[in-house]
Design a protein. Structure first.
Length: 114
C-alpha cells in the first residue's frame, strides 16, 4: 500500500501562484511515476502533469508553460508549482502514484478567483 498526502491548496487570484505538494509513504518502490490530475465541478478528471522515476516530465496542454512539476526522490514527494493561475484552473487536484498499482490522494481544492 502507498499513502499519499497532499497539501498546499487554497485560494489564489488570477495571475497568481500556488504550490501543491504530495508526500508518498508506505510501499514506495523505484520505477514509479508521480503526478497530478484535477477535476473541476461537473467535469471529468483531467491530466495535469507527471514526472517519471528518471525525471522525465509531461504536461497537459492547458497547463504547459505555466505549471512546473518536480520530485524529491529521497523524500518521495512531488511538487506542482502553479504560476499565472487562471480561473479555469479551479478544481480539486489529486496526486497520483503509478507503480505496480495506482494510488490516489484525497485531493486538495484550488480556487482561482478575484
Amino acid at each position: 500500500q502507498v499513502q499519499l498526502v497532499e497539501s498546499g491548496g487554497g485560494l489564489v487570484q488570477p495571475g497568481g501562484s500556488l504550490q501543491l505538494s504530495c508526500a508518498a509513504s508506505g510501499s514506495v518502490f523505484s520505477g514509479n511515476t508521480m503526478g497530478w490530475y484535477r477535476q473541476a465541478s461537473g467535469k471529468e478528471r483531467e491530466f495535469v502533469a507527471h514526472v517519471t522515476n528518471n525525471g522525465r516530465t509531461t504536461y497537459g496542454d492547458s497547463v504547459r508553460g505555466r505549471f512546473t512539476i518536480s520530485r524529491d526522490y529521497v523524500k518521495n514527494t512531488v511538487t506542482l508549482q502553479m504560476n499565472s493561475a487562471k480561473v479555469e484552473d479551479t478544481a480539486v487536484y489529486y496526486c497520483k502514484y503509478r507503480g505496480t498499482q495506482n494510488y490516489w490522494g484525497q485531493g486538495t481544492q484550488v480556487t482561482v478567483s478575484s
